[in-house]
Design a protein around this ligand. Structure first.
Ligand code: CP3
Length: 344
């Protein structure tokens, strides 16, 4: 397993072809996923190890991916902290009683992931048994800013008005909240590693809403604590979107691999991140909708810009969209392998 393309690239070792996987590689764009979702809610899929295992393996069977990602959701730790939520069709997540005050933050519970999220850890063990070493398994969790944004806004937000109001108006409360998230996420990722994941990705999907100074003041120390809690047990990926102005600061917070979105060319991003880190990215997921000529050219452009640097993991800049044709994803993965073999 340690000789897999994906783990080698995380460690910046040479590979025979660029490893590829896709954020949201399991999901609604696949007929076999939609078939399961007709019978089960998203939370049932996440909470039932047999189902989470099946969904994790669906893209591994259909697409030439070099890694599997645990099928789960970023928001699962909110419930044992005392913030129940549900997914509403067509709207996304809805937290029942979002955090608005300092008292709400004091009431949030720390918890033992081995009991409260034991079903995720059972899924990891079952997935590893069924993967039989075919590809490595990536575990994941959310970073404090992105988790706080859901806990405070109650769902998705365009401007993060409540989140930033708490951050600017009550910095002590904000830091106490992020400390709790950092503790919970550090414990949770350590439990995932103990259960057998081969790498972990920390998703700070919405942190690009901040400027660099605010990132350093309000977020960086908390995210850094998560990476420190993991240490060097497995490779770590630090991902965000809209982070073109934050790359040096994301690197400083931690991660062996820095995830980059499509708003910045990957070579410009890598020059800023520096050659001591691996880089993951960065195709615009909407290119997968077609036309395929443009899709394949854009993938080739990413590989040309990488120019044979060691430590590139091909991915999208964010998740696969539900309307994506599966054949385009299959074609893209094959193309990345064959072009990167050719250009070396
Ligand atoms: O990447 C994978 O294949 C693994 C599965 C995965 C899911 N959620 C399953 C899911 C991962 C890695 C996540 C992480 C996640 N969850 C993030 C961070 C990644 C990102 O996209 O930035 C976030 C912000 C969430 C919270 C969340 N979950 C939202 C905002 C939504 C609704 C958005 C939507 O696309 O409808 C979800 C639902 C969700 N989680 C789906 C999947 C496959 C949608 C599919 C469904 O309803 O069946």
């Amino acid at each position: 397993m340690n000789n897999s393309r994906f783990l080698k690239a995380c460690r910046r070792e040479p590979v025979d072809a660029t490893p590829v996987w896709f954020m949201r590689q399991a999901g609604r764009y696949m007929a076999e996923y939609r078939a399961l979702r007709e019978k089960h809610s998203l939370l049932e899929l996440c909470r039932t190890p047999d189902l989470a295992t099946e969904v994790t393996l669906q893209p591994v069977r259909r697409i030439e991916v070099d890694a599997a990602i645990l099928f789960s959701d970023l928001l699962l730790p909110l419930e044992p902290m005392g913030l129940p939520f549900d997914f509403i069709k067509g709207e996304g997540p809805a937290i029942e009683r979002p955090i608005r005050s300092s008292d709400d933050i004091d009431r949030l519970k720390l918890f033992e992931p081995r009991t409260s999220l034991g079903y995720v850890l059972d899924a990891i063990r079952q997935i590893q048994r069924e993967l039989k070493g075919r590809v490595p398994l990536i575990g994941f969790a959310g970073a404090p800013f992105t988790l706080a944004s859901y806990a405070i806004e109650g769902g998705h937000s365009n401007n993060f008005a409540h989140t930033k109001s708490l951050m600017y108006g009550h910095p002590d409360a904000w830091h106490r909240l992020c400390e709790k998230f950092a503790t919970v996420v550090g414990d949770y990722l350590n439990a995932q590693i103990e259960a057998g994941v081969d790498a972990v990705q920390v998703f700070d999907s919405w942190v690009g809403a901040l400027n660099p100074a605010d990132y350093r003041e309000f977020v960086l120390p908390h995210t850094r604590r998560i990476f420190e809690a993991i240490g060097r047990q497995v490779p770590t990926i630090h991902f965000g979107t809209g982070t073109a102005t934050l790359l040096e600061d994301l690197r400083a917070a931690g991660g062996d691999v820095i995830g980059v979105d499509w708003r910045i060319p990957i070579d410009a991003a890598w020059d800023r991140i520096g050659s001591r880190h691996a880089v993951q990215g960065n195709l615009d997921p909407t290119l997968l909708l077609g036309p395929t000529g443009r899709l394949l050219d854009a993938a080739e452009d990413v590989l040309t810009r990488v120019g044979g640097r060691v430590g590139h993991i091909f991915n999208l800049g964010h998740g696969i969209l539900p309307s994506t044709p599966v054949e385009h994803v299959q074609m893209l993965a094959r193309h990345v392998h064959s072009v990167s073999r050719r250009i070396g």
